[in-house]
Design a protein around this ligand. Structure first.
Ligand SMILES: O=P(O)(O)OC[C@H]1O[C@](O)(COP(=O)(O)O)[C@@H](O)[C@@H]1O
Ligand SMILES: [Mg+2]
Ligand SMILES: [Mg+2]
Length: 353
């Protein structure tokens, strides 16, 4: 008999002598929210919910109608169960506290209800990303600070990807496991147990239209990939960019690769494009649990102490050896920066372009 997500969660729960079942119930509610969004996404234009809403979120981005609906689904599906004390969403400026008519629990849920919003109207893969933290003991009305926990404090992280098939991929700190939605029985079936990222890769992902804003270490890494067999890497690389980090993450968990949305000079006020708490941290937990590495380019993402709910961060993740190479290029560049007068324009960092 195939193993369902429900069975997987119960078996995980049985491993913890003092487990109350609250965590299992929480993940089951998150699963239901993702199924509801999958059904909505599957309707496409028939849902009548394509296009932009006339609202702007805290990031200053125009919201799509589906951003708003997906957010509503996550809130309504998870608020009443009794496992949560509060939630944080990409689409809401302040934390959402569980209404008084519902019991409050010991967990905090942080999520990106719809990732890859720019793909929605063109029927491309999108997803939902979530991270679960413990609410500090004795806190029933969590304040912003209670959510600002480093990624290492996550008890669970995952995403749902709404593609040709709907999958849910998660970790509770014991490996990464992928479940495929069997639409006939409405249950997620364990189809990809113990995902491991391959040790080597010839695939990189970055939005090349930003190249003039990149810092030198990223320019060097991408240039060397593009030079391929004719350059210092001595082999050819291919490029992919889905414009939905959840889908780029899924590809990398399936067959390896390296994703970069680095800190750049496009908007110096922003430390990057992706959000630390509900995009970079949950993806980092998954990637590291699958044997990869997740970094800002300079340090592991999950050790970064968050300062605000919607802070952005430079993000590089995937096949460990490639991320370590990018980190080495940053260190070498920092060293070079301090000794610049000696090297002039002939250095490995000076881009020919
Ligand atoms: O438009 P760009 O620069 O390619 O950025 C794409 C990136 O932005 C995102 O769409 C941001 O996420 P949201 O869609 O949740 O806002 C990422 O998923 C994706 O990797
Ligand atoms: Mg997103
Ligand atoms: Mg989003």
């Amino acid at each position: 008999m195939t193993r369902t997500l429900t069975r997987f969660l119960i078996e995980e729960q049985r491993r913890h002598e003092h487990a109350t079942g609250n965590f299992t119930a929480l993940v089951n509610d998150i699963r239901l929210a993702c199924k509801r969004i999958a059904t909505l996404m599957g309707k496409g234009a028939l849902s009548g919910a394509l296009g932009e809403a006339d609202t702007v979120n805290v990031q200053g981005e125009k919201q799509t109608k589906l951003d708003v609906l997906a957010n509503e689904i996550f809130i309504r599906t998870n608020e009443w169960g009794g496992q949560l004390a509060g939630m944080v969403s990409e689409e809401m400026e302040q934390p959402y506290l569980i209404p008084k008519e519902y019991p409050r629990g010991q967990y905090l849920l942080l999520f990106d209800p719809l990732d890859g919003s720019s793909n929605v109207d063109v029927n491309m893969a999108v997803g939902s990303i979530f991270s679960v933290l413990r609410c500090p003991d004795g806190v029933t009305e969590p304040a912003v600070e209670d959510f600002l926990q480093p990624g290492t404090e996550q008890v669970c992280a995952g995403y749902a990807i709404y593609g040709p098939s709907t999958m849910l991929v998660l970790t509770t700190g014991r490996g990464v496991h992928g479940f495929t939605l069997d639409r006939e029985i409405g249950e997620f079936i364990l189809t990809h147990p113990d995902l491991r990222i391959p040790e080597t890769t010839s695939e990189f992902a970055i939005n090349a239209s930003n190249s003039r804003h990149w810092e030198q270490p990223i320019k060097r890494f991408v240039r060397e990939c593009q030079e391929g067999a004719a350059g210092p890497r001595g082999r050819d690389f291919n490029m992919r960019w889905i414009a939905a980090v959840v889908a780029d993450t899924h590809r990398i968990l399936m067959r390896g690769g390296v994703y970069m949305y680095p800190r750049d000079r496009k908007d110096l006020a922003k430390a990057g494009r992706l959000r630390l708490l509900y995009e970079a941290n949950p993806i980092s937990f998954l990637i590291e649990q699958a044997g990869g590495r997740a970094s800002t380019g300079r340090e592991p993402v999950m050790t970064v102490k968050p300062e605000s709910l919607h802070q952005r961060i430079g993000f590089v993740f995937g096949t460990r050896a490639e991320v370590e190479r990018i980190e080495r290029y940053h260190r070498e560049y920092n060293d070079f920066e301090f000794k610049a007068p000696l090297f002039g324009s002939r250095s490995i960092f000076s881009s020919p372009a």
